[in-house]
Ligand binder design. Structure first.
Ligand SMILES: [Zn+2]
Length: 255
C-alpha cells in the first residue's frame, strides 16, 4: 500500500499536468456513472495528498477522492500515447488537452462535497499529515492519548491518529525512537511521544526527498530485515505479528 510520501510525490506530479486545466472525466465505477456528466469541462483547482488519499478539488467545489488501497496505481500519459496497462483495468481517467492521468485497479474513487467529506466516517476526520503545512503535533498527541490502551505499533497505523504512516514508516519510526512497538500508548513518556512525532516528520520528509531525487530507501534500517544485524548494535532484528501486520524490532535498541 502506498504510504504518505509516495502519495505526496505522485500528487505533485499530477498537480503539474492537471492543475488549472479543463478536464474530461471517465468514471469506470458503476455507482459513479450518474455523476459523470456533471463533471465534464470542470477545471482542476488543486491536487493534494492528505495521508494516503489523493484529494482533487474541482472548480465547482466538489472533491474527487482517490485511495489506491493495496493494488491501485496511477499513470500519466501524453495524450494519444500508448498505455502500458490494459484499458479495461482503468477505473478513472482524467483527461486534459495534453495528458491523461489514469487510475488502475483502485477500489476507492469518490466524488464528494466538502461537507460530505468532513462527515464521512472512514475517509473524513483524518489525523494530521506530517507532510502538510497544517500539521499539528499537539493534535497528534491529543488523538494518540485518546487510545491509551492500544499498542503504539498499532495506533501509529490508525489514519485518524496520524495520516500517511503505513507499515514501513511505522517500523522505522519506532526503531529510530528506540521504542518497542508493543508498548501501550499510556505507558509512553512525554519525551518518547515527542521522539515518535519527530521521527515521523523526519522519515516522511526523507522518503519524499528521495522520491523527488530518484534515490532509494537509504533511511530504511529494519523493515524486512529480520535476522540481519541491527545497524546500531549488531543484534539480529526480530519480527512478530501485530494487528495482522509483520512488525520488525531490535530486541536491544527498542525498549
Ligand atoms: Zn539494535
Amino acid at each position: 500500500m502506498a504510504e504518505g510520501p509516495v502519495v505526496h510525490h505522485y500528487a505533485e506530479r499530477l498537480a503539474k499536468v492537471l492543475e488549472g486545466r479543463s478536464l474530461y472525466l471517465e468514471l469506470r465505477v458503476q455507482k459513479l456513472k450518474p455523476v459523470e456528466a456533471s463533471l465534464q469541462g470542470l477545471k482542476m483547482e488543486s491536487v493534494e495528498a492528505h495521508g494516503k488519499q489523493f484529494r482533487m478539488r474541482l472548480s465547482d467545489g466538489r472533491i474527487l477522492l482517490v485511495h489506491l488501497m493495496m493494488w491501485g496505481s496511477w499513470r500519466i500519459y501524453r495524450k494519444g500515447a500508448a498505455w502500458d496497462k490494459p484499458r479495461e483495468r482503468a477505473r478513472l481517467i482524467i483527461g486534459t488537452d495534453k495528458h491523461e492521468a489514469v487510475v488502475f485497479s483502485a477500489p476507492i474513487v469518490r466524488v464528494l462535497t466538502q461537507s460530505e467529506l468532513e462527515s464521512e466516517p472512514r475517509w473524513g476526520n483524518l489525523g494530521p499529515d506530517p507532510l502538510r503545512h497544517d500539521f499539528s503535533k499537539k493534535e497528534v498527541l491529543k488523538r494518540l492519548n485518546k487510545q491509551p490502551d492500544r499498542e503504539i505499533g498499532e495506533a501509529l497505523l490508525d489514519q485518524q491518529v496520524i495520516a500517511g504512516v503505513g507499515n514501513i514508516l511505522k517500523n522505522e519510526i519506532l526503531f529510530r525512537a528506540g521504542i518497542d512497538p508493543r508498548r501501550q500508548v499510556a505507558r509512553l513518556t512525554d519525551t518518547e511521544m515527542t521522539e515518535i512525532v519527530r521521527w515521523t516528520i523526519d522519515l516522511s520528509t526523507a522518503w519524499l526527498d528521495e522520491l523527488r531525487n530518484k534515490r532509494r530507501n537509504s533511511w530504511i534500517h529494519i523493515y524486512r530485515k529480520s535476522g540481519k544485524p541491527c545497524t546500531a548494535c549488531g543484534e539480529p532484528i526480530e519480527f512478530f505479528r501485530q494487528a495482522n501486520r509483520i512488525t520488525y524490532a531490535c530486541p536491544q535498541c527498542q525498549k
